[in-house]
Design a binder for this molecule. Structure first.
Ligand code: ADP
Ligand code: MG
Length: 718
């Protein structure tokens, strides 16, 4: 039996009482059956093999057998506190029990117990305020937590480590023995990995720290192996059946532009950048090639990816084959962005006779039905929209290309749903949050990669300034001069409205303040995710037309919004934003020919790290990291470099674009930290697939799961 097949419910475990409340709490962690229970891996392990007597409390956590000498009670305000005096062979100490005076009965005078905890010297005695204890003789169903390496799990209130350990032990004892290996024996041998049954046991209750490390390594390898099997399978599948028609062009021939593409380029008031030209060539090679396009287009904010996607769409329209024209769907993560694309498409492409439609969840019945009919009849060439583009009732006549903008905002499931609307349509994914190349190749290894490294000419690099919040007035003065010169400005805040702990500025309050006190002469508006779409649209439109001079926003303006006349981006509490978000936000300015500025205003103490974190919880290292993040922003405008830094700071797994890609809902593995293992897993997986391409391995295990766990469409983080 494979681990994934253990869908026995938790209430089948013997010897552990499972209340509905506990089951509910476990379910919040996604733990619903034995398989998910056993895959809830420890976050740490404590070595309780070595006895540490009380006398040595300063050197290590105490782990010893004590005798209870006496009880005493004291009051702390209205609270009764129990003091339990204990001794082992080396010293006496006091266990201070703040909660649960029931401990008086649990730890009777004269009794002998194992105890475990951190002790300190206070008021003339050795004390511990939190500790674990255990009777010397345990019943059959309970195993000692001492004399072993003990796992520590990520858990929340209402679930104790002790209870969870008992769950795990029971599951291991009753079910883990016969677990089968999921990766081929030859690979287990060659990599020196543990068999699955042993790895699962040892990741929870290892015999030694070495065994724990080996178990980790084995499970990590397994995850990466399956990741790469999935990637490889997709790559091979796509290339298995050549498309009917043309034989494809060699890498070097520059593919000709399609008729519509040529007409668009003639009409443009500017020339494509070298990067755009190369990307278009890649795309046209795909379109005329033997396999459907599956390409990731990476390019910094403002590098002109939208135009490239329009050119790709025109290519698809021209490539319909036979008598019908092809269709293209362009999908954006927010309604704001989708609308902007649709308007640009209408402006640029309708004059060529291309029929454009716009579809979002907000398009209502009558208009929608008409639109659906037109799409199905092939009377629409290019449809632009949000995730509404893959609603069930949508049919395309001849969908040839799917473009996904800001692809990291979508999960794999959405991607697949829209791909299923056509007969193997091409896929062009775009991202302004570049993933470092090496990683892109292994994680998105089933995609071809194009990168736009240059910017349209005439752009002046944005000047970035850091300012502490106590100097905000100077920033406002600077912005006032820009406004007086006819430019526009964004102000961005981490919160929509005032939080209880009023120390953070929020968009609502600041919109008031900026419009009434700071810039009373300039029209100002507020935009954030909770406004309805119509209100957002009107506001954006007014800002774009220059009727509004100041836009106060949350990160809702992070993605894609394009207003060339805006030259100032002020981000307050900048330390609260991640690097890639800061880079995206800054990318909202510097889109025209005027010099643009970005001000990163930070709290003096850098002490507001993240919601829910108190300043005193922040380590020095974290403060430094926040400062360094802002320095990176000041020193670089290169999105590719910033992405590399982001990777270093945030640690892997969290990089936008990977995390949400759905490819990587991995448990233990981390493709950046485990880069070496990833490379080996990749070559093992590809070798195996190539030897036997029919292999349908990934139907099960983590791969199927990775797909099913792809994040549901979220209102994109606005
Ligand atoms: P992004 O890559 O961030 O999606 P956009 O597609 O929004 O960038 O393009 C940014 C701006 O640059 C748009 O206003 C677009 O019209 C303009 N643009 C695109 N390509 C060129 C070019 N080759 N020359 C001049 N301007 C361009
Ligand atoms: Mg864009």
């Amino acid at each position: 039996m494979f681990l994934r097949e253990l869908n026995t419910g938790l209430d089948h475990l013997k010897g552990v009482r499972t209340t509905a409340d506990k089951l509910h709490r476990l379910a919040l962690f996604g733990i619903i059956d034995l398989a998910s229970l056993l895959r809830h891996y420890p976050r740490d392990w404590e070595d309780r093999c070595i006895e540490v007597p009380l006398r040595n409390f300063q050197v290590a956590q105490v782990c010893t057998v004590v005798r209870i000498l006496a009880h005493d009670w004291s009051w702390w305000g209205s609270k009764k506190i129990l003091h339990v005096f204990v001794e082992d062979e080396t010293a006496r100490a006091t266990l201070v029990c703040y909660k649960g005076s029931y401990l008086g009965k649990e730890l009777p005078v004269g009794g002998r117990f194992r105890i475990w905890g951190s002790f300190t010297y206070k008021r003339g005695e050795i004390q511990a305020g939190s500790f674990e204890y255990e009777a010397l003789e345990l019943g059959d169903t309970r195993k000692s937590n001492f004399g072993a390496i003990i796992p520590v799990y990520p858990l929340s209130d209402g679930l104790s480590q002790d209870l969870f350990r008992r769950f795990i032990r029971q599951a291991l004892d009753q079910y883990a023995g016969p677990l089968e290996d999921e990766i081929p024996g030859s690979i287990i041998k060659q990599e020196g990995l543990l068999p699955k049954a042993q790895a699962i046991r040892a990741i929870h209750f290892p015999q030694s720290m070495e065994e724990k490390d080996l178990a980790r390594r084995s499970l990590i390898y397994e995850e990466l192996f399956y990741l790469e099997v999935m990637v490889g399978k997709r790559a091979l599948e796509r290339k298995r059946e050549p498309q009917p028609g043309s034989p494809g062009l060699s890498r070097r021939e520059a593919p000709p532009l399609s008729p519509l593409q040529s007409r668009l380029l003639e009409r443009l008031p500017f020339k494509l950048t070298a990067g755009q030209v190369a990307a278009v060539a890649d795309i046209n090679r795909d379109i005329s090639g033997p396999y459907p396009m599956a390409r990731l287009l990476q390019g910094d904010v403002g590098s002109g990816k939208t135009l490239v996607s329009f050119i790709a769409a025109l290519g698809a329209v021209d490539s319909g084959g036979g008598q019908t024209t092809g269709q293209a769907a362009i999908m954006a993560p927010t309604e704001l962005l989708a609308r902007q694309h649709a308007e640009n498409a209408a402006r640029l492409l309708e004059p060529l006779g291309v029929r454009i439609a716009f579809l979002t969840g907000n398009v209502k019945a009558a208009g929608r039905n008409q639109l659906l009919q037109a799409l199905a009849a092939g009377e629409i060439d290019i449809v632009v929209g949000t995730h509404a583009l893959f609603s069930r009732d949508l049919c395309y006549r001849n969908l040839r290309l799917v473009v996904i903008d800001e692809q990291h905002r979508f999960g794999v499931t959405q991607r697949q749903a829209i791909m299923a609307k056509g007969d193997r349509p091409g896929l062009l994914m775009m991202s302004a949050t570049p993933i470092p190349r090496t990683l892109a190749f292994t994680v998105f290894g089933d995609l071809d990669l194009s990168e736009i490294r240059d910017m349209p000419p005439g752009r002046k690099p944005i000047k970035t300034h850091l300012a502490s919040i106590s100097h905000e007035a100077r920033v406002y003065d600077f912005v006032r001069r820009e406004l007086a010169a006819g430019c526009q400005a964004y102000f961005v805040y981490p919160l929509i409205e005032a939080a209880d702990r009023g120390s953070l500025k929020d968009a609502e309050t600041m919109a008031e303040r900026l419009s009434k006190q700071v810039f009373p002469q300039y029209p100002t508006a507020l935009i954030h995710s909770r406004l309805d779409e119509e209100k957002k649209r009107i506001t954006m439109e007014a800002f774009r037309m220059g009727e509004l001079k100041i836009l106060v926003a949350t990160s809702v303006v992070e993605v894609g919004v394009d207003v060339p006349n805006a030259t100032c981006m002020v981000i307050e509490h900048a330390e609260r934003f991640g690097l890639s978000a800061l880079h995206q936000l800054r990318g909202r300015v510097g889109r025209g020919s005027d010099q643009s500025y970005c001000f990163l205003v930070y709290s003096d103490q850098l002490d507001e790290a993240a919601p829910g974190i108190r300043p005193e919880d922040l380590s020095e290292a974290e403060r430094t990291r926040m400062g360094q993040r802002l320095m990176v922003m000041k020193e670089s405008t290169d999105g590719f470099l910033i992405a590399e830094k982001d990777l270093k700071f945030r640690g892997p797994g969290q990089i936008a674009g990977i995390e949400q890609s759905g490819y990587l809902s991995l448990g233990l593995a981390d493709p950046v930290r485990d880069a070496e293992a990833l490379a080996r897993a990749r070559s093992d997986a590809f070798a195996m697939l190539e030897a036997d391409p029919g292999l349908l391995l990934p139907e099960h295990h983590c791969v199927a799961e990775v797909l099913s766990r792809a994040p549901p469409f979220r209102d994109m983080g606005m």
